[in-house]
Write a protein that binds this ligand. Structure first.
Ligand SMILES: Cc1cc2nc3c(=O)[nH]c(=O)nc-3n(C[C@H](O)[C@H](O)[C@H](O)COP(=O)(O)O)c2cc1C
Length: 386
């Protein structure tokens, strides 16, 4: 049996990924900002919610299907956008998308992804979301909107928690550069993982193919692709820019990186159809509350209509159950599928999704819930409250 089939949970996949990847690359996936308080809290907050089961409910059939971004999905779970995916496995976004499709799940491609959005759409029939930024050059953002429409993307997720880069100290200590280069500090770790190093460093040059044409147009100038993208992040974005994007797109739009009921209401008033409650997996502002602890207040503020996606810290199927009981429409995951990808490519992502979906369904059965629509706040209680 392969080590993948021995993996009983996401923590096992993380251990395999840690063995397979050079340390700087593993830390790039695994790490968070500053003291990693948000990163740890995102996970541990789920332990603060106890599950309260109903007895003697017929759970011979369990309904988990729902809709997200207007599309039918098999489970209320989606794959968050993650940049630089080819660094973790040569199969990159296409491998992730194929595994997501097999489970009937939505997948969001990052602007910083390593696959062209048109190529992803051509090979992925499932619900596809594009993670977009409002760049300084609004023409570049408008171009993405037009390309997403032409390629048949079903929704956009606008990330708003990256006005400046988070302080990822593991990356600084490891001397991690994008694209990866052999520094003295990281050389030993790369040398100890020759399979990864050869396949990744010696394959086609590292690129952000969704943006690279812009820099090709500046050919001959002094600007690298990385400088160009770095220079496009706009610190002056405000709500009227969200209205502008919603007007350009005219379809399902989630604002990713909100933490307060007030911002959630402004998002919907500005034309969004969904909010993604997220602190970027603890990679940006450190010390924030955990997303799961913001869900109930945000649902209260928004009422039953708009989609709320709980993003960050989900490592067990029971975490999804808790977030839904508190009012989320769905959960989204980043690291769990990246650990799977690094551990075994498409089969590893498949394993991660199988584990989470199976755990989710088992948890619903044990909780006495046969339809996710029947999950209610009474199914969870803060630990310590009788
Ligand atoms: C390696 C990595 C790269 C990421 N890249 C992006 C990105 O390009 N755009 C974005 O909006 N979020 C990005 N994220 C954040 C994820 O979309 C998501 O919010 C986060 O991973 C959720 O937390 P979790 O990893 O605990 O599931 C990234 C996360 C990781 C781990």
């Amino acid at each position: 049996m392969s080590s993948l089939s021995h993996a009983c949970n996401i923590a096992d996949l993380r251990r395999i990924a840690r063995r397979r990847l050079p340390r700087p690359i593993f830390d790039y996936i695994d790490g968070g900002a500053d003291d990693e308080v948000s990163l740890d809290r995102n996970r541990s907050a789920f332990d603060g919610h106890a599950l309260v089961p109903d007895a003697l409910v017929d759970v011979s059939a369990i309904r988990t299907a729902t809709t997200l971004f207007g599309q039918p999905v098999g489970s209320p779970l989606m794959l968050s956008p993650t940049g630089l995916t080819r660094m973790f496995h040569g199969g990159a976004e296409r491998a992730v998308a194929r595994a997501a499709a097999r489970h009937g799940l939505a997948y969001a491609l990052s602007t910083m992804g390593t696959t062209r959005l048109e190529d992803l759409a051509a090979g992925f029939a499932g619900p596809r979301i594009f993670q977009i930024y409002i760049f300084k050059d609004r023409g570049l953002t408008a171009e993405f909107v037009a390309r997403c429409k032409a390629a048949g993307f079903h929704g956009l997720a606008l990330t708003v928690d990256t006005v400046v880069a988070g302080n990822r100290e593991r990356d600084r200590r490891n001397g991690l550069s994008i694209p990866p280069r052999l520094t003295w500090r990281s050389m030993l770790s790369f040398a100890m993982h020759p399979r990864w190093s050869l396949s990744t460093l010696l394959s086609s040059p590292f690129d952000f193919p969704n943006v690279s044409h812009r820099v090709d147009a500046l050919a001959g100038g002094p600007m690298s692709l990385f400088d160009y993208i770095g220079g496009q992040f706009d610190r002056s974005i405000v709500w009227k820019d969200v209205e502008w994007l919603a007007g350009q797109w005219g379809g399902p739009l989630s604002i990713k990186g909100l933490m307060t009921p007030g911002d959630a209401k402004r998002a919907i008033a500005s034309g969004a159809t969904s909010v993604t409650v997220s602190n970027h997996g603890g990679r940006q502002l450190d010390g924030t509350p955990a997303p799961v602890d913001r869900i109930a207040a945000i649902r209260d503020a928004l009422g039953p209509g708009p989609e709320i996606v709980c993003d960050g810290g989900i490592r067990r199927g029971s975490d999804i159950v808790k977030a839904l009981a508190l009012g989320a429409t769905a959960c989204s995951i980043g690291r769990p599928y990246l650990y799977g990808l690094a551990a075994g490519g498409e089969a590893g992502v498949d394993r991660a999704l199988t584990l989470l979906v199976e755990e989710f369904e088992r948890c619903l059965a044990l909780l006495g819930v046969n339809d996710i629509a029947a999950l209610e706040p009474r199914h969870v209680r803060p630990c310590g409250v009788k």
